[in-house]
Design a protein around this ligand. Structure first.
Ligand code: SF4
Ligand code: SF4
Length: 707
């Protein structure tokens, strides 16, 4: 007996090639007859497969007759399509003025028909080939459930998923000449992600390999997209829309994969694949629409930027959860808190919020989510490193990436789990958890000592080198903020409805109120936690120690919520809005320390019309040029020492001073670092200074002037 797979595999390959060429042909159809022929051929394929489905649903001689009738009925319909197209072609040829407008007028309906027929082909093929290889589902008698089961059964099979991946790749290749390079890369990447669909094969090895491979492919696609946005802020309108639709599909797909691995339910994943097909084929049937009409820069479109950030984040959260369950099932399979969603509306809402809160918090604090985010955001930082001129800034970027690896990934998870397997999870130890990478469990008996030591070390480092030790190096947040694309979102600090209220170094009343609330909650929850520990109280929030809840709320939930709202609240909003208690403590010590920004020459700043230093600041310290002009230096407790102002100054007039410069001054050594650029601003008597427009114009200078 011949293995049915040996017959089905070449048939599936043939179908993939046929559908790809038909889609390409449809995309080029410019006459009614060609349009009708494309629809006719697709409908013929649907007819044959529909007949096969009827037969396999109830295999019997009677079903064979019904199958033939079904196929014949659909084929007759397809003949009508050709006939109608022929008549229309004749009519157009006799009225040439109407022929010119044919393509634009018939685009929408034709596009929808082609997409629908391709979709029907694939679903019917998935079903038929599964049935032919000996697998048949039992469908529910309820029509809605039966439809969902039909889609899930058809899609979650190698016949559908692998064939679809091949079709997507071949179709992208066939229409590549009509696509821009980025659009082609995105379409081709979709087929790579599709081929690594875990539900395609019911094998544990495939599940593992495909979860890792699809995660890597999707992260690579996100990095590519973000870097593309950084370099080309003006996308085509169609491509902008396509990206949002695709990212929405991927967010749903990752949620579907999580539900599949966690509950064994592949329906959501199947629905997301069907939606992806609709998005993909709608684009390739009219590929030129992707790149026509450039939209305004995304930096002027906060809603679009928010949609992109939020959808990527949702996809990443579910990807993190998927990786957690796949890599560490002992801890995560069944490990997410799930309160029942039944009872009165208030209870359902409360339980839903609680489930969502702890799901998000558990994932964002998990090793594999942090490792994945680190890889993605770290790549954007590497791109930024390549654009960074000053050695000090380069060193800080390298330290920042190293700190992320050490304090977000290695110490809290790998190191503690390896060397202290019996110790409690650091994120569950009251008061400290793992803020800034200081694991507290060896100090758990004396948590207040640990708090004190943590803040003393913080205070000393901040006083000597500035807040950048924490907010631009040790903390995990700067890695997320300082990659190329997210850094470019600092434009929203000026334009965002919330962000622009926090511009300048001024500590406004709202800022003071936010900080007071955060610091107050730190003190109250620490006291409660201490009273719980000594048995004097029994206060838990959401079943957790108050400080654990507090820490979880701020850094595992709120931080990410604020991150995706950058297009409204501005970047680095933990600093600008003052809602991080570690940042607030660091800020207090920065006031007492040595850190400041200094300029080589006040005159240069007075003559400067670019104000690029202020524009480059991700914190929105727009008042710095005024201080440079009057005092030659600028101190702000908000300044995180990112150094973008130093990079952006077109005259290389700016440098960061800390305790090292203070010592050098005392020892009579040169204080100012060497210039890396020439100083083009020379005021000739009675003349006006040159007015460069950006740092890049100055960086082309060839003379290196040493100050
Ligand atoms: S303010 Fe807090 S979260 Fe933000 S960078 Fe500083 S320490 Fe990190
Ligand atoms: S961009 Fe440079 S020269 Fe211009 S105000 Fe800022 S520090 Fe001074």
């Amino acid at each position: 007996m011949i293995d049915p797979n040996l017959v089905l595999a070449p048939l599936a390959a043939g179908m993939a090639v046929a559908v790809s060429f038909l889609v390409k042909w449809s995309s080029e159809a410019r006459t009614p007859l060609r349009v009708g022929t494309a629809v006719f051929l697709l409908l013929m394929m649907v007819a044959m497969l529909a007949g096969a489905v009827v037969y396999y649903a109830f295999p019997s001689p009677a079903a064979l007759v019904e199958a033939i009738w079904t196929a014949s009925a659909l084929m007759s319909l397809s003949v009508f399509v050709v006939f109608a197209s022929f008549l229309r072609e004749v009519r157009l040829r006799t009225t040439p003025e109407k022929a010119a407008g044919f393509f634009a007028g018939s685009g929408g309906g034709f596009l929808g028909t082609v997409v629908l027929l391709v979709l029907a082909n694939e679903l019917l093929m998935g079903w038929t080939f599964q049935a032919a290889s000996g697998v048949l589902p039992v469908l529910s008698s309820a029509p809605l459930n039966a439809s969902a089961q039909f889609v899930a059964f058809s899609v979650n099979s190698p016949w559908f998923l692998f064939t679809m991946a091949a079709e997507m790749l071949l179709t992208s290749w066939l229409v590549r000449d009509r696509l821009s390079r980025p659009a082609f890369v995105v379409l081709a990447a979709q087929s790579v992600i599709m081929v690594f669909s875990p539900p395609a094969l019911g094998l544990a090895t495939w599940s593992a390999v495909s979860v890792y491979a699809s995660s890597v492919a999707m992260i690579a696609l996100f990095v590519f997209l973000m870097e593309h946005l950084y370099r080309h802020p003006q996308l085509g309108e169609g491509f902008s829309r396509y990206l949002v639709e695709l990212l929405a599909v991927y967010a749903l797909m990752m949620a579907g994969l999580f539900l599949w691995i966690y509950y064994g339910d592949g329906t959501t994943f199947a629905v997301s694949v069907v939606l992806e097909m609709v998005v993909f084929f709608s684009a390739v049937v009219r590929p030129e629409r992707l790149d026509e009409r450039p939209a305004p820069s995304w930096q002027l479109r906060p809603h679009w930027a928010f949609a992109v950030l939020a959808l990527i984040f949702v996809a990443e959260v579910f990807m993190g959860a998927l990786l957690d369950v796949q890599i560490d099932p002992a801890n995560y399979l069944g490990g997410f808190r799930v309160l029942p969603l039944s009872g009165p509306a208030g209870t359902v809402l409360g339980n839903a919020l609680s489930n969502g809160f702890w799901f998000l918090a558990t994932v964002t604090a998990s090793l594999w989510f942090l490792a994945m985010m680190g890889a993605e955001m770290g790549m954007l930082v590497v791109f930024k490193y390549r654009e960074t001129r000053h050695v000090e800034n380069r060193v800080r970027l390298v330290l920042m990436m190293g700190c992320y690896v050490a304090f977000a990934v290695f110490y809290p998870s790998i190191y503690f789990a390896t060397y202290f397997p019996k110790a409690p999870d650091p994120s569950r130890v009251p008061v400290l958890g793992w803020p800034m990478g200081v694991g507290s469990f060896p100090l758990a008996a004396g948590v207040f000592t640990a708090v004190l030591v943590t803040y003393l070390v913080t205070a000393a480092l901040v006083a000597l080198f500035g807040r950048r030790v924490i907010c631009s190096t040790f903390c995990t947040a700067p890695l997320m903020y300082q990659g190329t694309t997210i850094d470019a979102m600092k434009s929203f600090n000026r334009s965002g409805p919330v962000g622009k209220k926090y511009l300048s170094s001024r500590l406004s009343a709202v800022y003071a109120a936010t900080t007071a609330l955060v610091m107050g909650s730190l003190v109250v929850t620490s006291m409660l936690s201490y009273l719980d520990t000594i048995g004097a109280a029994k206060v838990f929030i959401e079943g957790a120690d108050p400080t654990v809840f507090f820490f979880t709320f701020y850094f595992a939930v709120l931080w990410y919520v604020m991150f995706v709202t950058i297009p409204y609240a501005g970047t680095y909003n933990c600093v600008t809005m003052g809602w991080c208690y570690t940042g607030t403590v660091a800020q207090a010590f920065q006031k007492l320390g040595f850190f400041k920004l200094k300029v080589r020459s006040r005159e240069v700043c007075r003559d400067c019309s670019t104000l690029d230093c202020a524009k480059g600041c991700p914190i929105g310290l727009v008042d710095m040029p005024g201080h440079f002009r009057t005092k030659g230096e600028f101190r702000s407790s908000k300044c995180c020492g990112v150094g973008d102002c130093v990079e952006r100054c077109p005259y290389d007039n700016l440098y960061i001073a800390d305790v090292r410069h203070w010592f050098r001054e005392r020892l009579g050594l040169p204080v100012r670092p060497s210039r890396t650029l020439m100083l083009p601003m020379v005021r000739s008597a009675g003349g006006s200074p040159p007015t460069p427009t950006s740092a890049s114009t100055a960086s082309t200078a060839t003379t290196i002037a040493r100050s």
